[in-house]
Design a protein around this ligand. Structure first.
Ligand SMILES: NC(=O)c1ccc[n+]([C@@H]2O[C@H](COP(=O)([O-])OP(=O)(O)OC[C@H]3O[C@@H](n4cnc5c(N)ncnc54)[C@H](OP(=O)(O)O)[C@@H]3O)[C@@H](O)[C@H]2O)c1
Length: 339
């Protein structure tokens, strides 16, 4: 059987974009055999490379070396989507925590073009979830974003597809790897600066770790979860946010020695008609499963009206994020009009 071929356009070709292309190649045969689907990358865009398109497929292997594959260079996103004849946009550009742009505009352009819009970027969920969801429905296309929180772990899809009409009263978890690694290093005797360097060496912390240390990254994830899963009109500035930089190394070590270590805990809870949310270092007893989680392992406990549910993602790497994008791509092409 001839597979249905989909043209994929990627905005952002950094760690996540490249990992996605590797995973797509690795899984190509299974995707063809099990889904009757083939995919080719017909557009790649980054700030430095610009908007590159070739509707016959781009040689992405050339890009990291700075070689230019055979392609046209477009001036902006809409022209690029047309030139790439894009069927699916995969958005993996950098997070803008002020207003989510320009990623929101890229996703909007994709849906208006008639493509599915898949995002690894949390900004659009925080600042434009309602708008993008409505636009996707109007255009009968999918807006999917599984990799934004806990990488490849099915969080949003779990609720959408397997927990019909379950009520989410709140959640609690560990969602920022850098904070988790840095706290562990400090407990082991390092200074904050040394701990951050160590987290950078093992590829967890970014060059500028401020967003992680001040709790911004975790707060953005809390808002994304609350917006989508609790239908809460929560804004980023409404999340009570205290980062791990607020506790001294001495406090962190004393807490660990006393058997109640600090963890950067994310919380949201529905009280009355309002969702209250926080991100802050909290001391947790060793009997709490969160106390023993180390490295990039992340965890979310959901307080549902029907039962409690805990998800733990063990030591994910960037391929886990790539998997979130890949699973969204397959979901979109298999059920293009599902709500
Ligand atoms: N890394 C993870 O494990 C992970 C997990 C979940 C979600 N995410 C999210 O996935 C996204 C990508 O992460 P990453 O680790 O791949 O970042 P990265 O390595 O820094 O790559 C970012 C890419 O986006 C491009 N870019 C940035 N701003 C752009 C703009 N305005 N227009 C077009 N392209 C732009 C960059 O191009 P230039 O290099 O040319 O500037 C680069 O190719 C982020 O939103 C991140 O929060 C990452």
């Amino acid at each position: 059987v001839t597979p249905r071929t989909f043209n994929l356009a990627l905005v952002g070709f950094g760690n996540v974009g490249r990992a996605f292309v590797r995973l797509l190649r690795e899984k190509e045969q299974r995707i063809r055999d099990e889904y009757g689907v083939a995919a080719r990358i017909t557009g790649v865009a980054t700030r430095r490379l610009g908007w590159l398109a070739n509707p016959e497929g781009l040689d992405t292997a050339a890009l990291p070396d700075g070689r230019t594959p055979a392609c046209v260079k477009c001036a902006e996103v809409r022209e690029w989507l047309r030139a790439a004849r894009a069927g699916v946009l995969l958005e993996a550009s950098s997070l803008n925590k002020r207003d989510g742009q320009p990623a929101i505009e890229y996703l909007r352009a994709a849906l208006e073009h008639g493509a599915h819009a898949v995002s690894a970027n949390k900004g659009p969920l925080v600042f434009a979830y309602d708008e993008l969801r409505a636009l996707a429905r109007e255009k009968r296309r999918r807006f999917l974003f599984e990799s934004t929180v806990m990488d490849g772990t099915p969080v949003f899809n779990l609720f959408r597809e397997t927990l019909p009409v379950a009520g989410l009263r709140g959640f609690r978890g560990l969602l920022n790897s850098t904070s988790n690694v840095v706290l562990a290093e400090i407990e082991a005797g390092r200074t904050l600066a040394e701990a951050v360097r160590r987290a950078q060496e093992i590829g967890v912390a970014e060059t500028d770790p401020t967003d992680d240390l001040e709790g911004w990254d975790a707060a953005v994830k809390v808002v994304a979860l609350a917006r989508v899963l609790m239908d809460a009109p929560l804004r980023l500035d409404q999340v009570e946010r205290v980062g791990i930089a607020s506790i001294s190394p001495e406090q962190a070590r004393a807490a660990r020695a006393a058997g109640k270590p600090y963890k950067l805990i994310c919380r949201a809870e529905r009280r009355g008609g309002t969702v209250h949310a926080s991100v802050r270092p909290e001391q947790v007893p060793l009997t709490d499963p969160l106390a023993s989680l180390i490295g990039t392992t992340s965890c979310l406990h959901f307080d549902l009206d029907v039962f409690g549910l805990t998800l733990i993602e063990h030591k994910p790497g960037v391929e886990a994020t790539a998997y979130g994008l890949l699973s969204d791509f397959l979901r979109a092409v298999r059920e293009p009009e599902a709500l």
